[in-house]
Design a protein around this ligand. Structure first.
Ligand SMILES: Nc1nc2c(ncn2[C@@H]2O[C@H](COP(=O)(O)OP(=O)(O)OP(=O)(O)O)[C@@H](O)[C@H]2O)c(=O)[nH]1
Ligand SMILES: [Mg+2]
Length: 349
């Protein structure tokens, strides 16, 4: 199975229909004038962000999108019918990028219902009637219609999560998301159990926010080591990061720094985000060690450290409080009778 978070597609707007060459011929009217109508406009290519889509999987099966051309004009000054616009529905959080070296950002669809006219259809050509002048009363001239526009583009989906989980492989990220949401992320005692991002919705204190679990980071991830850093794009828009450090690591300060270094190498403002640091798996330690390791980690990170156990749930509410505070008013309110948890299924395929 492949994780599909980007797709390359071809789009082409419709060309304009040709203008008509036609002359009016009626019984008893001696000289009919030119009456060729204009061609219709070709269809636009429009991207629309819609709710209920979480992947770009559909674009694996359909890669070519062509809007219909405009119809030709006809006699009696009839304008040709326009080609229908082709609306391409994409998940919220989809970006449209040029197929060039820089992957120039061409469109960014961040809200449900947002529409971008990406390629305009060609205008219809003029019919011969519109070329009539005082000196040329019977023009045979007409426009052939404006050409269509086409492009290969990349679609890239960035998950829109409020909080992102980061840490080394095995830090307990997936266990944590399973504890606080009803996402069913795979947990394993080996590195890189998680190979694709997973979203879960947290409901806490009658508020709701989305957490993203991503694959673990290791030194050199920015250069492609491990699963690399390509999933970090998914947390670029998070309000806050939750950085989990496994208390059983040989050097928790070093574990912390390795991940911070990769965030820095990746860039994208990840290092400047609010971060909540938690010492995880404290169910395996005694009080004294927890205090000592927390102090070490506090010194390394320069921020308060919350000791937790994602597996047993100890300290988890405290973390959620902090996340909620960091996210602020963005976290939607839910009514009391709507308590319960949902997972947004990120289906890979
Ligand atoms: N004792 C204890 N073990 C934990 C805790 N959280 C996770 N584990 C174990 O640590 C291992 C790794 O957990 P995962 O949740 O898969 O870790 P991850 O950070 O998602 O790992 P990757 O997806 O590989 O990056 C598993 O064997 C878990 O059972 C915890 O709070 N306490
Ligand atoms: Mg995992």
């Amino acid at each position: 199975m492949h994780f599909l978070d980007q797709a390359k597609i071809f789009v082409r707007s419709g060309s304009g229909g040709p203008g008509a060459v036609s002359f009016r011929r009626e019984k008893f009217i001696e000289y009919g004038g030119p009456d060729g109508g204009n061609g219709g406009k070709g269809g636009d290519i429009i991207f629309e962000a819609v709710a209920g889509l979480n992947t770009l999987i559909d674009f694996r099966y359909t890669q070519h999108f062509r809007a219909p051309r405009g119809h030709g004009g006809s006699g009696s000054n009839r304008t040709g019918a326009g080609g229908d616009d082709l609306v391409i529905k994409v998940p919220v959080g989809t970006q449209v990028l040029a197929d060039d070296e820089e992957r120039t950002l061409l469109a960014d669809l961040t809200k449900v219902g947002e529409r971008v006219v990406f390629l305009r259809g060609g205008d219809g050509g003029r019919g011969n009637a519109s070329y009539k002048t005082s000196t040329n009363r019977a023009p045979r001239q007409h426009g052939t219609g404006w050409p269509s526009d086409e492009a290969w583009v990349w679609l890239r989906l960035k998950l829109l999560a409020d909080a992102g989980l980061v840490g080394l492989p095995n830090a307990g990220k997936s266990t944590f998301i399973n504890q606080v949401t009803n996402a069913q992320a795979k947990v394993g005692e080996y590195a890189f159990t998680t190979t694709r991002p997973q979203l879960g919705v947290v409901r806490h204190k009658q508020r709701e926010f989305v957490v993203a679990d991503i694959p673990g980071l290791i030194a050199g991830a920015a250069e492609g080591a491990g699963i690399g850093d390509r999933f970090l794009g998914h947390i670029e828009r998070c309000q806050v990061l939750l950085h989990l450090v496994d208390a059983n690591d040989a050097d928790v300060a070093e574990s912390y720094r390795v991940v911070r270094d990769e965030l820095e190498n990746y860039g994208g403002g990840l290092l400047d985000k609010k971060v909540i640091v938690a010492l995880n798996k404290i169910d395996t330690l005694d009080e004294e060690l927890i205090a000592a390791l927390s102090a070490e980690l506090e010194e390394a990170s320069g921020s308060p450290v919350i000791p937790i156990s994602g597996a047993s749930g100890v300290g988890v509410d405290w973390v959620l409080d902090q996340l909620l505070e960091a996210i602020g008013p963005e976290a939607a309110k839910v009514s009391a009778d709507d308590e319960g948890e949902d997972a947004i299924e990120w289906s890979p395929l």
